[in-house]
Design a binder for this molecule. Structure first.
Ligand code: CA
Ligand code: CA
Ligand code: CA
Length: 657
């Protein structure tokens, strides 16, 4: 039995609805983690928090002139803990929004990707210094403080409440007529809001719920109350966040790098060495800010960390960001006008980080819509860094990190992701060559510094071949004041390295080697050997002019000092070749029988079938310009026959689709 499918019933992939992060999908992520360990470390975080609160109480009794919280220059300061040496450590909001600069709009309706990805059903976690104005018209119905968030939501905490509200609007603010500049990056997404108190235990709960992304636009005050050794240090805070993230590998927090470039407690370094606290963790995304013309802002903090890791990792626009504003502190009314004026146009890394977090939601949503699962945190991080637009000094540098977030390029890589030949084997080939390679490698490389995992790709040749690896590392050894200022000891536990070889010429290219603290203003160089003093858990090889059609082999090794246990590695490659795509695909009927499974025709000029789609088969057809449906011999006219109860998907617009 055959039925006729009219030309107009062909589904174009570009019109497919986006897939949301359903509760079922969150449950699947949730059940992939070890809940016993997560609950244990959550209890540990809570105990640590309770202990710190007691210590703060005692400190404030002994030092009545000190305040738990205060506002200075529009930023909220909060006494977070007393460190092991009795020093009070304050955190503050990073005041000082952005979509077009990072090209997030290319994922919206009308954008270059041809999809409608705007954060539908995605949920961000927002930890910040006050309470969100949930009634704001840009936010109403989709944001709200979560249970137990009691930190100073009073009218007197105007600065903190405004900050939480502005940051949330930058991620999820609605698309309202006449206010396009106040639209959030993921404007169809929603948010769960938390105050910054007890953040780590709350984040453990959030992560165990299967959520993927959160934003944190606060950090150490970085003023002259902060001991010098803490600048650039992988301290207790950084270590504890890595402990959580090791056990929640799907979850990526975005953190504002801070705005103390000009005024800080480490002034001898002239803007560098300002990475502190959670910003120095290995498994987070630390975000800096540029101006609208892609120049460095005059406030965004510069790295690196003391152990020579590149920070910030990425930059987005942070200057002049329009968003929701907690404007009316007295009547608790939504602000209708404030975000179109009245100081709502704010600057700071606080507003750069949520733009990147919103972009993370979009990229996860898009990836899931095409590939049926979400990326691990290390994969999302590797994708963002591998596709970033280099700014400032050539290659990675301590001001711009890997460069400006480019959501369009990252989305293109997702769209043109090839299928891995055999992800668990030692050798893998990019068999169907669609333009990029995004895989999580779960093959366990022997920890002897010599054994290799090989991945073969074919270069396109018209664009650079860029290869990035990242992994969610275990928590490293905590840096303490006993080590003094700027200790260079690596904080990595697992260490991987890579090399890319042109198989024909045997030319090898090694990864970028970012400049370390002692050499912080210099241009990056390239590694000259394996494990060449590169302490980063993201490494990148860039071949500017690869040979078109040539095979390149990626070799990955594990350092001998690493644990023997398996650690997954995320691999992102862009600039691979695409299988030739016919400009016109002509479908005629009948000749051949392709009745089972998913059939992909992309290099065949004419697909002919006697029983083209029978049973429950899905048939995918791709062409560069058009798909021509030849009249059926039995039906006549503009019809094409397929089996009863079946479907097929025709994609026009290139084999990379
Ligand atoms: Ca809290
Ligand atoms: Ca330092
Ligand atoms: Ca650069």
């Amino acid at each position: 039995m055959k039925k006729r499918i009219n030309l107009f019933l062909i589904f174009l992939i570009g019109s497919f609805g986006s897939l949301a992060q359903s509760s079922q999908e969150r449950l699947s992520i949730s059940s992939s983690m070890d809940s016993t360990i997560l609950n244990q470390i959550k209890s540990q975080f809570q105990l640590n928090y309770d202990k710190r609160e007691r210590e703060i109480g005692q400190y404030l009794i002994k030092n009545p002139e000190q305040k738990r919280s205060f506002v200075k220059d529009g930023s909220v300061y909060y006494l977070q803990r007393i460190d092991a040496n009795g020093t009070p450590i304050y955190i503050n909001t990073k005041n000082k929004a952005s979509g077009e600069l990072i090209k997030a709009n290319q994922l919206y309706t009308g954008g270059s990707l041809g999809v409608n990805i705007a954060g539908q059903s995605m949920i961000a976690g927002v930890w910040d210094g006050g309470q969100v104005r949930a009634s704001h018209e840009l936010l109403s119905g989709k944001v709200g403080m979560q249970a137990g968030q009691t930190y100073d939501g009073s009218a007197s905490n105007y600065a903190g409440n405004n900050h939480q509200t502005h940051v949330t609007g930058t991620i999820v603010g609605k698309d309202i007529v006449n206010q396009p500049s106040a639209r959030g990056i993921a404007f169809e997404a929603s948010a769960q809001n938390y105050d910054w108190d007890n953040d780590l235990a709350e984040m453990a709960t959030f992560a165990s719920g299967g959520y993927l992304i959160s934003n944190h636009s606060y950090g150490y005050s970085n003023d002259n109350t902060l001991p010098e050794w803490l600048f650039g240090a992988y301290d207790y805070q950084a270590q504890q966040w890595d402990l959580l993230l090791k056990n929640a590998p799907n979850y990526l927090p975005f953190i504002a790098v801070g705005n103390e470039q000009q005024f800080n407690g480490n002034s001898a370094k002239a803007g560098y060495d300002l990475i502190t606290g959670t910003c120095a963790a290995k498994n987070v995304m630390t975000v800096g800010a540029v101006n609208g013309d892609k120049t460095m802002s005059d406030y965004s903090n510069w790295g690196p960390t003391d152990d020579g890791r590149l920070k910030p990792e990425i930059v987005t626009k942070g200057t002049g960001i329009n968003s929701s504003y907690f404007a009316d502190q007295n009547t608790n009314q939504p602000s209708d006008v404030a975000y179109s004026g009245n100081g709502a146009n704010s600057s700071g890394t606080s507003y750069a980080s949520p733009a990147a977090a919103g972009a993370g939601l979009l990229l996860q949503q898009y990836y899931n819509s095409l590939h049926g699962s979400y990326m691990k945190a290390a994969t999302l991080k590797a994708l963002m860094l591998t596709t970033a637009e280099d700014l400032g000094q050539p290659g990675p540098d301590n001001k711009f990190g890997w460069g400006l977030l480019d959501v369009e390029k990252a989305a293109d890589a997702i769209k043109s992701k090839s299928s891995a030949g055999n992800p668990t084997a030692q050798q893998v080939s990019d068999t169907d060559s669609k333009g990029s390679f995004i895989e999580e490698i779960t093959y366990n490389i022997a920890n002897n510094g010599l054994a290799e995992r090989e991945v073969s790709v074919t270069a396109d040749g018209s664009v650079p071949l860029i290869v990035g690896i990242a992994w969610t590392d275990d928590e490293g050894t905590e840096q303490t004041s006993a080590e003094g200022v700027d200790p260079t000891t690596s904080r990595l536990v697992h260490e991987f390295d890579l090399l890319v070889r042109n198989v024909n010429s045997s030319n090898d290219t090694r990864p970028w080697k970012p400049s370390v603290m002692s050499n912080r203003t210099a241009n990056a160089t390239l590694q000259t050997g394996w494990f060449d003093g590169n302490n980063n858990n993201y490494k990148q090889v860039k071949i500017d002019n690869p040979v078109a059609g040539a095979e390149y082999k990626i070799f990955i090794r594990k350092k001998a000092s690493s644990p023997a246990a398996l650690k997954a590695i995320s691999l992102v490659v862009t600039g691979t070749s695409q299988t030739a795509c016919p400009q016109t695909l002509t479908l005629t009927n009948p000749t051949h029988n392709v009745s089972t499974g998913i059939q992909v025709f992309q290099a065949v000029q004419t697909v002919v079938a006697s029983n083209v789609i029978s049973g429950s088969a899905d048939v995918v057809m791709r062409a560069g310009n058009s798909i021509e449906l030849k009249p059926s011999t039995s039906g006549g006219g503009n019809t094409f026959e397929s089996g009863s109860g079946t479907k097929f998907l025709a994609t026009i617009g290139g084999c990379a689709n």
